[in-house]
Design a protein around this ligand. Structure first.
Ligand code: LMR
Length: 333
């Protein structure tokens, strides 16, 4: 027995230098709620690939998709507590971080197209919003695009009156809550991972999301009618715990910044096509009916939702609204 202990100790001394020089990698747990086969899912995997390559294995990125590790609210708490290091929540979910100004981005038909969205987020609006996170101990690294929302139910949603009395799942934004109320529906905040079952069992009647999320979560299989309304935009902010990020060795952080910049370009370059393909797939499935609004019908939705613009000031403050209005050359309230 004694000999065995001595032999083990000797072996430990012998291997110790090797063990000490091969430092354990820095682990970044990247949690998110959507499928791998979506713009965000692919972006997270791209970041993993580049981060591990550029740091020569000094960093290991573990991606946890599909709410595997945490659901929407829990992952934000986990980031604050340091049990995960990186997230990319929809900006509609930032109020619990103490940054409800992000909800200004949920105003209906705020971005008339992808170019308008891009312009706002790459310019002062995107930067100003990230500044809001600093005081909360959160660092914003990038914005990732996921296109425009559709809306659905088991009856066609063509005129504002079609929303009357429908329970609609929303992801968290009070702005979305407000405009669905403007339409006469009853919005309900619910974690993304619970939506399919809630639609299937009738806990809610409808929802809104982008084609890639409908397809990968199979929402279109439990919604008879989808209106390709493009009434809101879905974007993510990739965020990290500031203490963790600033505590990284500077050379490692430089490589991670590079990996993030490239993963961001990649994600934003595939988002539109991914959603077009997803929409084509949904159509081909024959499991739901797609509807497109005429200019008059769109105008009727816009008119019904317009009070949200006035209401928004009390929620997100005038400053961010002014900033967006200036950047996009639109009238806010
Ligand atoms: C949702 O909860 O509807 C989305 O924000 C999910 C996502 O991350 O795309």
């Amino acid at each position: 027995m004694r000999n065995w202990i001595l032999a083990a100790a000797a072996a430990a001394i012998f291997v110790a230098p090797g063990v000490a020089s091969a430092q354990a990698p820095i682990v970044i747990k990247f949690s998110h709620v959507v499928a791998n086969d979506t713009p965000k899912g692919k972006g997270a995997l791209k970041f993993k690939e580049l981060a591990e390559k550029y740091t020569n294995g000094k960093v290991k990125v573990e991606v946890y998709p599909n709410s595997q590790l945490f659901k929407d609210k829990e992952e934000i708490e986990a980031l604050q507590l340091g049990s995960v290091q990186m997230l990319a929540p929809s900006t509609a979910k930032f109020a619990p971080l103490g940054a409800k100004e992000f909800e200004a981005l949920d105003l209906p038909w705020l971005f008339k197209d992808d170019a308008a969205y891009d312009k706002a987020m790459k310019g002062p609006v995107g930067k100003w919003l990230f500044k809001k996170l600093e005081a909360k101990g959160i660092t914003g690294l990038a914005y990732w695009d996921n296109g425009f929302h559709m809306a659905s139910a088991n009856r066609p949603l063509i005129n504002p009156s079609d929303f009357q009395g429908l329970k609609i799942r929303i992801s968290g934004s009070k702005i979305a809550d407000q405009y669905f109320r403007n339409l006469g529906s009853i919005p309900q905040i619910m974690a993304f991972s619970e939506v399919y079952q809630a639609l299937q069992t009738g806990v809610v009647d409808g929802c809104a999301n982008t084609p890639s999320n409908y397809l990968t979560q199979k929402f279109h299989e439990v919604q008879k009618h989808i209106t390709v309304s493009n009434h809101a935009h879905l974007q993510y902010a990739v965020i990290v715990n500031s203490k963790f990020w600033s505590g990284l060795p500077a050379d490692v952080r430089t490589q991670l910044d590079k990996a993030m910049a490239e993963a961001t370009d990649y994600t934003n370059s595939i988002a539109t096509k991914e959603n077009e393909d997803a929409l084509a797939e949904i159509k081909k499935s024959g499991k739901t009916t797609l509807h497109y609004l005429t200019p008059e019908q769109k105008a009727a939705w816009q008119k019904a939702m317009a009070p949200t613009y006035k209401w928004a000031k009390g929620r997100v403050g005038q400053e961010v609204l002014d900033l967006i209005a200036k950047e996009l050359d639109v009238k806010m309230n």
